[in-house]
Design a protein around this ligand. Structure first.
Ligand SMILES: [Mn+2]
Length: 327
């Protein structure tokens, strides 16, 4: 709590002076995004604030249990907020259409843990040391002395757990585990969270996984693994685009693999890439930045225009260069 007293105090001052809020997150929200948004929104509601949450894309099925108070509601056109808070979102563009929904506001606060954050808020609290944005929200609540109720603990635990691969990634620090422990003390329902988030995948996702296992490719002495997700793969398996979260881990976890990459067809000439690194000498955020994206050293992504095969060649070549220069 010592490192950022100034910015937390300034955020709390702005929050205390505001009545109406919208808490927004990035396109294709993940567990850290939704958990941070809802944990913060519930705390604000408990303080008597009027709060909405909104994202361009809907809450993935596996996180819907966190939204039992239906806090996600599309703001009506022209609605004005005293305060908009963006969580887990590295740039204003990453808000997608949610950014347009909340243009009318007095103040924009940006709370995030991405190194590549562009500081697009009026107040910016960016701390890349934390493994998840959920830990920043936890700290905000502690400094504010707002109660961490059971529903809030569920949201924040989901945030921390999903962004750390269940406390496995190298970003997990002692503080991350302390936050997890305190959230469990405050009543986070581990059995329910693990069942909803990790043990309830739709059958369509299993079909997609079968496809991936039969199609993934290895190169560079098995140190690079990748697969493609084409639109037709979704149609064939009945999977939705939110079923793809975490699929990359299935190739990342293969022993010789150092860098895993997923290419997803968004449009015939627009590809979304996701990158994961298992080595602290390979920073995939640097690779993603070469293609206009960003993220964390071990997990990053980008959207790249161009012919799919050419995108694939360029990205694999950039990964090979990174591996060769890390030798
Ligand atoms: Mn995150």
């Amino acid at each position: 709590m010592k490192s950022y007293p100034g910015i937390i105090d300034r955020i709390l001052e702005a929050v205390r002076a505001s009545k109406t809020f919208c808490v927004v997150g990035h396109v294709r929200p993940d567990g850290d995004c939704v958990g941070s948004q809802l944990g913060l929104a519930l705390a604000l509601q408990n303080e008597g604030k009027r709060v909405f949450c909104w994202n361009e894309d809907s809450v993935p099925q596996k996180y819907k249990f966190l939204n039992d108070k239906a806090l996600f509601q599309k703001p009506k056109r022209g609605l004005k907020f005293d305060c908009v808070i963006a969580t887990d979102c590295a740039s204003f563009e990453r808000l997608g259409t949610a950014g347009q929904c909340v243009l009318r506001r007095k103040i924009l606060i940006n709370i995030d843990h991405h190194e590549s954050n562009t500081r697009y808020g009026d107040l910016n609290w960016v701390s890349a040391r934390e493994a998840s944005c959920g830990e920043l929200i936890f700290r905000l609540l502690k400094v504010a002395r707002w109660p961490i109720t059971r529903p809030i603990a569920d949201c924040l635990f989901t945030a921390v757990s999903t962004d750390t691969g269940s406390f496995q990634y190298a970003t997990t620090r002692p503080g991350t585990l302390h936050v997890g422990a305190e959230l469990v003390t405050r009543g986070a329902n581990l059995a329910r969270i693990c069942d909803e988030v990790y043990q309830s995948y739709p059958l369509s996702r299993a079909r997609l996984l079968k496809h991936i296992y039969s199609r993934f490719r290895l190169t560079h002495n098995n140190r690079i693994a990748w697969f493609w997700l084409k639109k037709i793969d979704f149609t064939r398996t009945g999977a939705e685009s939110d079923d793809t979260e975490g699929l990359i881990d299935h190739i990342r976890e293969i022993e010789p693999v150092v860098v895993a990459c997923v290419f997803e067809e968004i449009e015939p000439e627009l590809t979304r890439i996701s990158l994961r690194s298992k080595s602290d000498r390979i920073n995939v955020s640097d690779i993603a930045e070469q293609f206009g994206g960003g993220g964390h050293p071990a997990a990053a992504g980008a959207r790249i225009p161009g012919k799919p095969l050419s995108v694939q060649r360029q990205v694999i070549a950039a990964v090979k260069r990174a591996l060769n220069s890390a030798k």
